[in-house]
Write a protein that binds this ligand. Structure first.
Ligand SMILES: Cc1ncc(COP(=O)(O)O)c(C=O)c1O
Length: 446
């Protein structure tokens, strides 16, 4: 905790408000430790139960986390404050930043020509009563999903994959309910689960997707929803294989008490076939975002699912945000309909694959097995995350510490390959090898 931030208050409400304000202003930074309950109670002259209530309220709202002997801390990305990226040490001047998990902007299709065409062809604004999902966009989305074997279902549009997941979890679950999530898994999803007051249950992941025994254990522990990344899992790059999909479908078959959410955020960039689980359970939703292939600023994802699930999401959207702008929907439709854009996305996918495979091969030459079957990240197990991240920073490379993505998974770092050049591979692999295991395992060259 910052030495300068003085916690105060004599009631649980005042204490929690003081902590929240400290987080909001940045005086309590992400990850900052809070005093033990008894110590703070003695400091403030209140009972330990009062401080415990304040901490509990903030935990339920996703602002604090309590982790055994590590005590209570501010969450890495509390839903009122600085972004999770605040946990990452800022790259030193001149360092290469491979920590961000972003596509290479130079490989995104240019939006200008399609925006200009739209501008020329746009009449007065669509009215409240006429707005909704554009039928032409729905038809194009269905054709794309049919081609990938996603079962037919109802369809709606959300403001991106994470917005869809938030609406799905919000409509089906209540605070305190358990959600099975991949471990390691997408940091933003872990933050969202915490912010909704839900309990994450980690499901171990290997290169073929969530492990069957882990999903079975999460179900046995009472998970009410399961979120699976179809391909380009973040951070490990895993993709659900045909065999894993079959085994998971068998495990989930006919379950009426579980909401299955699939996140196909990599979509056209994935370069590995889709093996959907969609339809195995009574309640299901499959999300396909346009962020990675076409640009993260296009806040749009297609959501298909069973009638009840989609009606809940669409109905909740209608009474709140209303709809996803039809201007944006028309832009996405224009991008989907342009063969030149298809070709750019195909080339981007190929280029990411070359960079990823290049780094995996270079690491293998140092005796290191890293993960990255698909997508834009490589996940490298390390002996100690903090010293690995620091050693790499000193060598001029910024990578993301695995702690952002892990619940119980082993230490690792995430390296985003999207901006790598061929010339980078050998020096980066050497730096990673040195940082991952400062004392190399016997028998391996350094
Ligand atoms: C696993 C996963 N899902 C979804 C997304 C993108 O979601 P959105 O459509 O909200 O931009 C990302 C982006 O990093 C991701 O890693």
């Amino acid at each position: 905790m910052s030495a300068r931030y003085q916690l105060s208050g004599t009631t649980a409400v005042e204490i929690s408000a003081g902590i929240e304000s400290g987080i909001r202003t940045g005086a309590l930074s992400p990850g900052a430790p809070l005093p033990p309950v008894r110590a703070l109670a003695a400091d403030l002259g209140v009972s330990p139960a009062t401080v415990a209530r304040a901490y509990q309220e903030l935990r339920q709202r996703g602002l604090l986390v309590t982790a055994g002997r590590h005590g209570t801390r501010v969450r890495p990305n509390p839903p009122v404050a600085a972004r999770r990226s605040a946990l990452r040490p800022p790259p030193l001047p001149g360092a290469r930043d491979l920590s961000r998990g972003e596509p290479d902007r130079r490989l995104l299709p240019p939006l200008g020509p399609h925006l200009a065409a739209l501008a020329a062809d746009t009449g007065p604004s669509v009215s409240y009563s006429d707005a909704g999902v554009l039928p032409e966009l729905a038809e194009a989305a269905r054709a794309r999903l049919d081609a990938d074997g996603v079962p037919a279902g109802e369809l709606t549009i959300t403001g991106g994959a994470l917005d869809g997941i938030e609406r799905l979890l919000g409509a089906h679950l209540r605070p305190g309910d358990a959600v099975a999530v991949e471990d390691p898994g997408w940091a933003n999803l872990l933050d969202l689960v915490a912010a909704l007051g839900l309990r994450p249950i980690g499901v171990p992941v290997d290169d073929e997707g969530p492990m069957v025994a882990g999903v079975a254990a999460a179900l046995a522990a009472g998970a009410r929803a399961l979120v699976v990344t179809s391909r380009a899992q973040n951070p490990t790059g895993s993709a659900v294989s045909a065999e894993r999909a079959e085994a998971l479908r068998a495990l989930l078959a006919g379950r009426r008490d579980l909401l299955l959410i699939e996140d196909d955020h990599a979509a056209e960039l994935a370069r590995v076939p889709l093996h959907p689980l969609a339809g195995a359970t009574a309640s299901w939703a499959f999300l396909r975002s346009v962020s990675k292939p076409f640009g993260p600023d296009l806040r749009l994802a297609v959501l298909v699912g069973d009638e009840t699930t989609v009606a809940r999401v669409a109905g909740r959207t209608r009474v709140g945000a209303g709809w996803v702008s039809t201007v944006l929907q028309r832009l996405v439709l224009a991008l989907w309909s342009d063969p030149a854009v298809d070709e750019l996305v195909r080339r981007a996918a190929q280029s990411y694959e070359q960079r990823r495979d290049g780094l995996l091969t270079a690491l293998a030459e140092h005796g290191l097995r890293a993960h990255g079957r698909s997508g834009i990240n490589v996940w490298l197990p390390v002996a100690d995350e903090t010293s690995a991240v620091t050693a790499l920073r000193d060598a001029g490379w910024a990578v993301a510490p695995g702690a952002l993505y892990r619940i119980a998974a082993a230490p690792a770092v995430r390296v985003t390959v999207s901006s790598l050049h061929t010339d980078d591979l050998a020096p980066l692999a050497a730096a990673l090898a040195h940082a991952a295991y400062p004392t190399p395992p016997p028998g391996f060259p350094t």
